[in-house]
Write a protein of this length. Structure first.
Length: 130
């Protein structure tokens, strides 16, 4: 199951995965919310929490996740993945450099830190300070 995390600032989406995540979960919750947010924002921030009761992704859900990422490849500003699932942490650590955004990996115990980081304003660049 996927549910949206409420209370995040505009331009930021948060999702919590629990139990078995299916393609229907992506198509019913995640994809429409992300597509609607991209209709209003050029760049988005994403917090994805894979909680302790997560049991796995169906193959269709993994495919939908990959295709959604490719469709908006350069549209991410910051991405935070919060999980204690070992294989997800290894995959994220190995592939994090591919994500064209600031990417950070957090443990479930660091969920509040991840939320604080995803909310934090980006420092102004030298170009913006001129």
């Amino acid at each position: 199951m996927i549910e949206q995390i409420q209370g995040l600032p505009p331009g930021t989406l948060g999702f919590r995965a629990s139990g078995q995540v299916t393609a229907a979960d992506y198509e019913r919750v995640l994809v429409p919310d992300i597509e609607a947010a991209f209709a209003l924002n050029r760049k988005l921030r994403l917090l994805y929490h894979v909680g302790p009761d997560f049991t796995g992704f169906d193959p269709g859900a993994m495919w939908d996740d990959m295709m959604l990422g490719f469709r908006h490849f350069s549209g991410w500003d910051r991405v935070a993945l919060v999980t204690d699932v070992a294989w997800l942490r290894i995959a994220a650590s190995a592939m994090g450099f591919v994500v064209p955004a600031e990417f950070r990996l957090f443990s479930n115990a660091e969920l509040v830190l991840a939320i604080d980081w995803i909310r934090e304003p980006k420092p102004a660049t030298e170009e913006e300070n001129k």
